[in-house]
Design a protein around this ligand. Structure first.
Ligand code: AP5
Ligand code: MG
Length: 218
């Protein structure tokens, strides 16, 4: 099952990817996570990406596409994968298609998490992430048992530096301008499936599972 998850920041792409990856035993490939790891490790990629990420701007296409294409050459993607947060521009989508065609492959479905701006803002401003294992919480929707502490590993929870109101507003604008055209791109290819990103985590997971089995890709 080769999936692209599309939708605004805060739509729940990362949250669903974690569950879907476990359920279908396919890797979750998040360009946001890869870039944040590179920033944390002080790698040249991270140094290059940080200034864009802090402002809520997109990291240049050639940088991000190169990372994904290399990742898709690894053996663990044979059964499928979930692309979370990539592609995010028409150029990325076209280059992804070209690279996959070169591997005699292609994606099976692009799932669009249609999400209201109100939901997105509320989710992003309340998100907390574990410093050790990366698990995502939400202060109201998905709170940890003990405030500020990860249920899974006991790690400290922190707020992503780009989850402040000013950067969130810019990320939403960048999404509207640069990523939303991908909905038409995948619709034209007959690959788009729309789901509601406003649903609760478990409800949305059920909708996704049914969508995949109806399309006979799971
Ligand atoms: P990235 O990390 O991809 O961030 P994003 O697209 O802004 O998306 P988010 O991770 O914020 O949202 P999400 O949909 O994953 O929501 P989540 O599940 O966490 O990118 C960060 C930056 O990296 C970009 O700004 C850019 O600079 C760079 N970058 C990355 N990819 C790039 C690319 N391809 N090209 C160029 N640059 C790139 O959920 C959010 C919150 O809501 C959490 O608190 C969660 O607990 C809660 N929640 C989730 N689902 C639900 C639900 N159903 N109900 C209630 N609460 C929920
Ligand atoms: Mg995410």
């Amino acid at each position: 099952m080769k999936l692209v998850l599309l939708g605004p920041p805060g739509a729940g792409k990362g949250t669903q990817s974690v569950v879907l990856s476990k359920q279908y035993k396919i890797p979750h490939i998040s360009t946001g996570d890869i870039l944040r790891e590179a920033v944390k490790a002080g790698l040249p990629l991270g140094i290059k990406a940080k200034s864009f990420m802090d402002k809520g701007e997109l990291v240049p296409d050639e940088v991000v596409t190169g990372i994904v294409v290399e990742r898709l050459k690894k053996p663990d993607v044979q059964k499928g994968y979930i692309l979370d947060g990539f592609p995010r521009t028409l150029k990325q989508a076209e280059d992804l298609d070209k690279a996959l065609a070169g591997m005699s492959s292609g994606i099976d479905m692009a799932v669009y998490f249609e999400t209201s701006v109100k939901t997105a803002i509320e989710r992003l401003c309340g998100r907390r992430v574990c410093k050790s294992c990366g698990f995502n919480y939400h202060v109201k929707n998905i709170p940890p048992k003990k405030e500020g502490v990860c249920d899974k590993c006991g790690g400290v929870l922190f707020q992503r530096p780009d989850d402040n109101e000013k950067t969130v507003m810019n990320r939403l604008k960048v999404y509207e301008d640069q990523t939303k055209p991908l909905i038409a791109y995948y619709t034209k290819k007959g690959l788009l499936k729309k789901v509601s990103g406003d649903l609760g985590v478990n409800e949305l997971f059920k909708v996704l599972s049914n969508t995949f089995s109806d399309a006979k890709i799971a």
